[in-house]
Design a protein around this ligand. Structure first.
Ligand code: SF4
Ligand code: SF4
Length: 237
């Protein structure tokens, strides 16, 4: 018989497996009271939670506001005179990691000017089955045309329904804006628009629309806003 075989025979039976967990961890043996409560100790968190205020939200019966910077549905915005901010540059589509945006640009013409400068977003689509609401697209947009709202109720029954088109994404035309298309404010360039020099529609723009689209719903409010601005500026706009 070898020397190592002799040592093996002298080991206590069971080795580490046979020792109590508390001994291995180097802890104290529980006292009598701790032993008594040990079976229910695991319910401590559950029982203490019973006495805390309820945080469950009763959605959809009660809709709580989201955080102000919550990333919800996208929105395409306008300049103060009603021209669209989107210039169809496609930077948002290139920045999107989920390939959820499709943009096709169109050329502005004197009879159909939708955005300041040469081009506008003719086709604009966002596929909400792909979008992960990361916000990279709005960071990439050079004109702040694209922003995100707090709206999160996005559901549909077909794939087509979940592809939002430009008319769904455009923000509502605000009171006092003049719906596009119409010419840019006289004597301005697209740079003036980006620098915030255009503050609303002018009477020239209103007259242009009145000649071509006399039934346009935004005409009257835009006319009032333009006259008010003229009066304030003393006709120097
Ligand atoms: S939020 Fe993100 S995933 Fe959604 S369209 Fe924008 S870039 Fe793409
Ligand atoms: S939303 Fe912005 S980034 Fe996208 S095409 Fe329009 S201007 Fe370019």
């Amino acid at each position: 018989m070898t020397e190592s075989h002799d040592r093996d025979l002298q080991k206590p039976s069971g080795g580490e497996v046979g020792r109590r967990a508390s001994e291995i961890a180097g802890g104290e043996e529980p006292t009598g009271l701790a032993k008594a409560f040990a079976p229910v100790a695991g319910f401590g968190v559950t029982i203490s939670t019973l006495f805390r205020p309820v945080v469950t939200e009763q959605y959809p019966f009660e809709k709580l506001p989201t955080e102000p910077r919550y990333h919800g549905r996208h929105q395409l915005n306008y300049h103060p005179d009603g021209l669209e901010k989107c210039i169809g540059c496609e930077l948002c589509a290139w920045a999107c990691p989920a390939d959820a945006i499709y943009v096709e640009a169109g050329n502005n013409t004197p009879e159909a000017q939708y955005a300041p400068g040469e081009r506008y977003g003719k086709v604009y689509q966002i596929n909400y089955l792909r979008c992960i609401f990361c916000g990279m697209c709005i960071e990439a947009c050079p004109t702040r045309a694209l922003t995100m709202t707090n709206e999160f109720e996005l559901a549909g029954t077909t794939r087509e329904e979940m592809i939002f088109t430009k008319d769904q994404l455009l923000a509502p035309v605000r009171e006092g804006m003049l719906a596009a298309p119409h010419p840019m404010v006289e004597g301005t360039t697209d740079k003036d628009y980006y620098q915030g020099s255009v503050t609303g529609p002018t009477t020239e723009q209103v007259e242009w629309v009145r000649e071509r689209r006399p039934d346009d719903e935004t005409l009257e409010a835009a006319d009032k806003a333009a006259r008010r601005a003229d009066a304030t500026s003393g006709g120097t706009r």
